[in-house]
Design a protein around this ligand. Structure first.
Ligand code: NAD
Length: 349
């Protein structure tokens, strides 16, 4: 990888925009990785980082991930991301959101923002008072727009089913044991879809009350956060944190399939190969979790309705199957295959 600035995660990103406005309580980094396919789209993360270097690393990685995700979803969008450095008390004022909106606006549409971890639909409405380059807003066109979570969940569930078909030869998750890490927005939707089809769910969340509520709603069982990844399960579905697939955790997996919605599941690129070496079928995260950005894109471009969003999301299994087929043919792991496909699509192959 190209590291001319001494940052291992720098990958010829087109724009790194620092925003420092203490008078409005705002410190943010807006990064455009690639505009090869269109304006760079990717959410705004509101997070308390240990230091600015950590925030920069996060934004560099996440923005490149968005280039890959948007390209693999077949969207006419490049990739970007912003991180807002929250104070330890995570105070988020209307002034901060307005200043962030103005900072997005200054990029004149090269970057389109939306919600990510720590940002809500209501926050996006505040941001939209300052810029039109924002998506994830409530609107009246069916379910296009608004919270991307349910759309992400649908795509993850369809991708999980494709993995079950490929890995286990089954058309349904009926009776299958699915271990779900997380009980938040994405995990809840996945759990509902899977339970409706008869899956047996084991659910873990650091927030016990959330895990219990979801287990009650889906007939599932609450399990510990330290055991969920290692249960004897047909599918492990990470839907909470990144970097959970490490050398150590992969060695302890007791499943044939990892298919979940969390971003950046692999701690390092070598972990994709480790999964492959163990014969575990992996659904590359940015391919399986593209449902939300598909919805956001359709909303922003105004080029379709809820039916089109669904149709675009239903393309996720096909892309995964292409990746797995190439992986089987070449022996390269699915994550490496997906990266190479995405790089070709953004003109960097
Ligand atoms: P969320 O905040 O609604 O849910 C995350 C859940 O994970 C929370 O309930 C939290 O308590 C739980 N959690 C945190 N640490 C945990 C741990 N160690 N073990 C178990 N649970 C833990 O977030 P979300 O929107 O559901 O996103 C989940 C993941 O999916 C994130 O990685 C996010 O980046 C990714 N993602 C989300 C979307 C979307 O549309 N929301 C789209 C693409 C990717």
């Amino acid at each position: 990888m190209n590291t001319p600035w001494g940052y291992p995660d720098f990958d010829a990103h087109e724009v790194v925009h620092f925003v420092d406005e203490p008078e409005h309580g705002l410190r943010a980094i807006i990064i455009i990785h690639s505009t090869h396919l269109g304006p760079a789209a990717g959410g705004a993360r509101f997070w308390h980082y240990e230091d600015a270097a950590q925030a920069l690393t996060d934004a560099l990685r996440l923005s490149r991930g968005m280039s890959y995700k948007n390209a693999m979803a077949g969207l006419p969008l490049g990739g970007g991301k912003s991180v807002i450095l929250a104070s330890p008390d995570r105070h988020k004022s209307p002034e901060l959101l307005a200043a962030f909106g103005k900072a997005v606006d200054r990029l004149c549409g090269r970057y389109i923002t939306a919600e990510d971890v720590g940002m809500s639909v209501t926050d996006m409405v505040e941001v939209s008072r300052q810029t039109k380059f924002v998506a994830g807003l409530p609107n009246d066109r069916g379910d296009v727009g608004g919270d991307p979570g349910p759309h992400t969940s649908l795509g993850v569930f369809l991708g999980l089913k494709a993995a079950v078909k490929r890995g286990l030869g089954k058309d349904s998750v009926d009776g299958l044991r699915i271990a779900l890490q997380g009980a938040g927005s994405v995990a809840s939707g996945v759990a509902m879809h899977a339970a409706a089809e008869g899956a047996k769910l084991s659910i873990a969340d650091v927030d016990q009350a959330k895990a219990k509520k979801l287990a009650d709603q889906t007939g599932g069982t609450v399990v510990g956060t330290d055991e969920v990844l290692f249960l004897d399960a047909d599918v492990v579905s990470p839907c909470a944190l990144g970097a959970i697939l490490t050398e150590e955790s992969i060695a302890r997996l007791n499943t044939g399939i990892v298919a979940g919605g969390a971003n950046n599941q692999l701690a390092t690129a070598a972990d994709g190969a480790r999964l492959n070496d163990r014969g575990i079928l992996y659904a590359p995260d940015y391919v399986i979790n593209a449902g939300g950005i598909i919805n956001v894109c359709t909303e922003y471009l105004g080029d379709g309705d809820a039916a089109l969003v669904r149709e675009r999301i239903s393309g996720i299994p096909t892309r995964l199957e292409q990746i797995w087929a190439e992986s089987a043919e070449t022996g390269r792991d699915p994550a490496a295959v997906a990266d190479a496909m995405a790089q070709r699509l953004i003109g960097r192959g």
